[in-house]
Design a protein around this ligand. Structure first.
Ligand code: NOJ
Length: 747
């Protein structure tokens, strides 16, 4: 074991305020809010406003209410806005609705504080981009930033100034439907994507007309719901919180995210919506978060059902004093806090602190100066040719080629006939996925339509649905097999309906639903070159397909331009370069399965007394980081900047990647770190850097990465950030399996 050497670099210090942790010496904790920089003029403005507010007006700022699903506000919202008792809304949108309600607030109320209009813009507003899990597969943060920027511009044009995105929950259970909304299983990739999305939504100046405030959600460990069942409880150690679940949230804070959303779930005995440790100790005191925290939908009221509050008053008190500033939909703050303040149960200073945070952000967002939206922009800003083009590029860059035996893909465009079969081939709703904002299925290009457009009139495309997505029988199989027989090649489009992932959409079995696997087998038996194209919001299990169908292309839920992008990839106009951001298991019984697992004293081996299954290999079907291309790449020359560095030094890593095939293509070079022996157990490997590069045939490029203490360190047994001397291995690879490895010693 290594000798610990504790780094005196305050930015890396993690505190140990968790009840069970042995308390570190005081000077090892971060006790100040390090990132807060206050603007005196802004503070004076906030204070002046606050001094004039009645308790009811203050509580009004803490209240967020829901509009109608179609974007209209409810009649009572007008009254509340005029009384200064409506701080924000969700779902109210559209210039006319926003302007009318805003007018009640800024012209009809005593203090003229504008309403903040929020909405779930998760992967696009009207132009729908690929689901966030798919975009993570692009390993291209600039792309994620660009789609978030475009989504912000569309949202702002309809009067929104706040999105409840990005979801940065690390998710390692594909049964959980919300894996589709995040960046997958890895804290590092999740952090890179979190930063990119926050930058995309907010830009450098969130007051700009085309920007919206972002929300890091769901704070925290919501992705660890037991058994992958949405809203279920969690049991997560402080180590897992700090090493796995916290990093993308901290990255969002670093990127200047405006708001956090507290999660529905329990975190070690205290639900996230009443958890002082996560909401105040970590978020405010360790990280210096300066924005505000909104609860999740009715999650304050749900503290009663969690069994930690006897009534609404106790729920309100616990949530507010723990660090929730805005209550979404339930009204315990507005209704119960007045009595609590009178009885001394809640200090008015706690309410003032929440109001300050809200007013500060409203001022920074520029809505005092520009409360209204220009109705004209709504007509011109949505679904522009540029945003459709971006959606097409994003969808194509997100696709992952899982298998391509014999180089079946790309297909030639001069086929005599192509069969496009399957229940998802002509489905425009499935491709836009869950949480698709105000995206409309009728705007979307189905996979079939994309293929037809690419082939033009000269190549007949025979389409047969074959079966339903779920349920139904095999009556359609014969026509599907017949279509395959007539064709030179078959594209089988199978997967999940939009509503099978997203919120409240957990599945206990993650096979292809309904009769789809039987359809694939029947069509494959026709003996034609067969491609399976998967439309899905989560990893699925499909071992028979993975072993028998020569080509499998993961298209995810690609958004408005999914079909055009699928055709770009199928016919080789775009060479796929995406990589899996989440492990694809062979069977649901392997879950949780992820690459950065801890070691065991009995690693899998042939003999009996080792960690494995009797009925399935321990390896996944497709590992994290996996993804093929129509060309081939070779890594060589992995060199570390010396064989030893000091704990505070940096380690230069170089590796050369060469396109050894005959087509231009992209490779994602991934750098993993293994700490061979440490004072606490470490994952077998951890992604610490990556770069997606485009190379012409024969071209090679030497990539340079720099690993620092943050990449090599760990939280010791007392949760102090530490870099321990000893041996490390650095692997450069094109997937989390395999690659080139070099060792070095940290002194
Ligand atoms: C509940 C979801 O958990 C959250 O992600 C979403 O932002 C809110 N509802 C508002 O729609």
């Amino acid at each position: 074991m290594k000798r610990a050497c504790v780094l005196a670099v305050s930015a890396w210090l993690a505190s140990a305020a968790w009840a069970q942790s042995p308390a570190p010496a005081k000077d090892e904790r971060r006790t100040a809010a390090p990132r807060v920089v206050r603007d005196a003029a802004l503070e004076a403005r906030v204070d002046a406003l606050l001094r004039r507010m009645t308790l009811e007006e203050k509580l009004g700022q803490l209240q967020q209410l829901d509009g109608e699903a179609d974007g209209r506000f409810r009649p009572e919202h007008l009254e509340l806005a005029r009384a200064g008792r409506l701080g924000s809304t969700l779902n109210v949108r559209g210039a006319a609705q926003v302007n009318e309600l805003q007018k009640a607030a800024v012209e009809g109320s005593r203090l003229k504080v504008p309403v903040l209009f929020g909405f779930d813009v998760i992967h696009g507003y009207r132009t729908v981009f690929p689901i966030p899990l798919a975009e993570a597969a692009s390993f291209d943060p600039e792309l994620a930033e660009a789609t978030a920027r475009a989504a912000a511009a569309e949202s702002a044009a309809v009067g929104l100034k706040w999105t409840f995105a990005p979801m940065v929950d690390v998710a390692r259970d594909p049964r959980w439907g919300r894996v589709s909304e995040g960046a997958g299983e890895d804290p590092y990739l999740g952090s890179v994507m979190a930063r990119a999305r926050v930058r995309g939504f907010q830009g450098d100046d969130v007051s700009r007309e085309d920007r919206v405030i972002a929300t890091a959600k769901h704070w925290v460990a919501y992705g660890a719901a037991e058994a992958g069942r949405d809203y279920n409880t969690t049991d997560v150690s402080e180590r897992a919180l700090r090493e796995i679940h916290f990093p993308p949230f901290e990255a969002a804070v670093d990127a200047g995210v405006g708001t956090f959303m507290s999660a529905f779930n329990d975190v070690d005995g205290t639900p996230a919506t009443a958890n002082r440790f996560t909401l105040t100790r970590v978020l405010r005191e360790e990280w210096g978060f300066d924005g505000f925290v909104v609860s999740d939908y009715t999650s304050v009221l749900e503290l009663i059902k969690h069994g930690i509050a006897a009534d609404e008053a106790e729920a309100a008190r616990k949530a507010l004093t723990a660090g929730v500033d805005v209550e979404m939909v339930s009204r315990t703050f507005a209704q119960r806090l007045p009595d609590l303040v009178r009885s001394g149960g809640v200090p008015v200073a706690t309410i003032d602190q929440a109001v300050r945070r809200i007013l500060r952000l409203k001022i920074r967002a520029g809505i005092f100066e520009r409360p209204y939206v220009d109705a004209g922009r709504e007509q011109t800003a949505l679904l522009t040719p540029e945003s459709r083009q971006l959606a097409r590029r994003a969808a194509a860059r997100s696709m992952v080629l899982l298998r391509n035996e014999g180089g079946l893909l790309p297909l030639r465009k001069d086929l005599r006939t192509l069969a496009v079969v399957g229940p998802l081939a002509d489905d425009r709703k499935a491709v836009i996925g869950a949480w698709s904002g105000d995206g409309k299925a009728e705007d979307a290009v189905s996979i079939l339509a994309g293929i037809q457009a690419a082939l033009g009139a000269s190549v007949p495309v025979v389409h047969a649905k074959g079966c339903e997505i779920e349920g139904g029988g095999d009556e359609g199989f014969a026509a599907a097999v017949e279509a395959a027989k007539q064709a030179d090649a078959v594209v089988l489009v199978v997967g999940e309906a939009a509503e099978m992932s997203g919120e409240a959409a957990s599945r206990s079995v993650i096979d292809l639903p309904g009769r789809q696997l039987d359809l694939v087998r029947a069509v494959h038996a026709a003996g034609k070159p067969t491609v399976v194209l998967l439309v899905t919001g989560r990893p699925l299990t499909f071992p028979w397909i993975a072993e028998n169908v020569p080509a499998v292309l993961l298209a995810w839920q690609g958004g408005t331009e999914a079909g055009s992008a699928a055709a770009d990839v199928l016919f080789g106009d775009t060479n796929p370069g995406g990589k899996l951001p989440i492990t694809f298991p062979r069977s649901v019984g392997q879950v949780p399965i992820y690459y950065a697992h801890k070691r065991t004293g009995r690693p899998p081996a042939e003999d009996k007394w080792n960690s494995k299954y009797l009925d399935v290999p321990v390896t996944p079907q497709f590992p994290f980081g996996h993804g093929l291309s129509y060309t081939t790449f070779e890594l060589s020359g992995l060199t570390l900047g010396g064989t030893g560095i000091t704990a505070s030094g940096t380690l230069p890593v170089q590796v050369t990647v060469r396109n050894t095939g005959s087509r231009a293509g992209d490779e994602v070079v991934q750098v993993y770190v293994t700490d061979v022996a440490a004072s606490v157990t470490r994952p077998v490997k951890q992604l610490r850097a990556f770069e997606r590069v485009s190379l012409a045939p024969g071209e090679s490029k030497t990539l340079a990465f720099t690993l620092g203490p943050r990449d090599l360190g760990l939280l010791d047994a007392r949760f102090r950030w530490t870099v321990e001397p000893g041996e490390f291995r650095i692997t450069a690879a094109t997937s989390s399996e395999g690659g080139l490895t070099e060792a070095f010693t940290l002194r």
